[in-house]
Design a protein around this ligand. Sequence first.
Ligand SMILES: C[S@@+](CC[C@H](N)C(=O)[O-])C[C@H]1O[C@@H](n2cnc3c(N)ncnc32)[C@H](O)[C@@H]1O
Length: 405
Amino acid sequence: MKSTRKALGQYMTPGDVARLMASYIPAGTTAVIDLAAGDCSLLRAVAAMHSSVALYGCEIDDAIHRKGQSSLPAARIRSGNGLEVRLQIRAADNSQVSVVANPPYTETEVTPSMTRLLSLAFPDVSTKLGYKRAELYFLARSLLLARKTGGIVSILMPMGFGDGDIYRYYRKSLMANYALLEAIEVQARVFGQTEARTVLLVIDTSKSVTRKVEISRFDAESGKKAVIYRGHLDAGERLDARYQEGRVFAASAQCRLADLGVTIVRGRVSYKESRDLAMPAVHTSDLSRARRGKLDIEVQTKKNAEENAFFSEIVAETGDILLSRTGTRVSWKPIVVKSGRAPITDHVFRIRVPAKQKQRVARAFKHPAFESWLASVSKGVCATVITKKDLMAMPIFESTIKQAA
Ligand SMILES: C[S@@+](CC[C@H](N)C(=O)[O-])C[C@H]1O[C@@H](n2cnc3c(N)ncnc32)[C@H](O)[C@@H]1O
């Protein structure tokens, strides 16, 4: 049923993603566990790659449990709640245990035993943020099970774990207490029925700190990973490929906006003042009216022009580039003033480019990497903010993305 499917997060892992996840199980592993085994897609991928590994799991839905168990008779799949059921791993299988997981992404009632799982796995986290998210408890139990023998956890989490605010304390704790080896962005379309953008985390529980992380993107068509970054990350840093791509670009840029004789100023008048003074000024909301990146702005009357000069307003004119400086629901695309002349508000940057560099700068702003770069420099929890300093350091994007060495 559709409602059960959503409530229990019953979206099975596609074959290519399951194979990728199984590929991280190290040679010599004696047992692999999946705490939310579903139809056993993940465990089957493990069995296909590691024929002698013992397979254990839990599944809460009876019908799916029967289906999964019959597809993999050798596996010991228990019927029940994967956050509570005792797995009863045989002594012979217990010397090197790893965990695979694509847990349900749902809200859950939290029991005392679940709270205990979270505090054991993430002892330094004390936040209510995210405490109802089922996937965090599955991550916690997976880490605790694997850590007993220093195994690997290969777990598919919602992308928010890599880039969002709700999970950021857990992301930080994970990187501070375990070795996060890889974060692989898996595009939404692989999952068909879910909206989820996901991130595959590969964690080595035998080490108690993260040193070098590889960030990549999994391309479902080619079935390959494209590596974006490999190196040090501070605990809690964002793990999404787009963000890291922007950082890699910024670090390797040959030429920056500041090198091209560009000037950047922000408006002086606030939106409210401009309304109170009946002084038309271009605000962030006006930028979304641009068509094909171009905008006609209000032509100043002679009286307005005199007033603006008197108040030393920052005025934009034909050929200038305008970009939102801050805002929550604003357009972050730079636009070119097609015609007109008008002051700008203090939420807008005016970027003025020398004539001979205009095309080059316009190309850089339209480059696919511009958005990634912007995501990597913009700051703020509620509203996003870009600073003039960041903008001046913007790389002049000219070619295709180079992979990190
Ligand atoms: C996203 S599916 C993944 C299934 C399978 N591991 C795979 O990768 O294809 C999540 C599965 O977890 C099951 N599930 C939900 N809550 C659970 C719980 N508390 N304990 C065990 N299984 C649970 C769902 O019924 C569903 O089959």
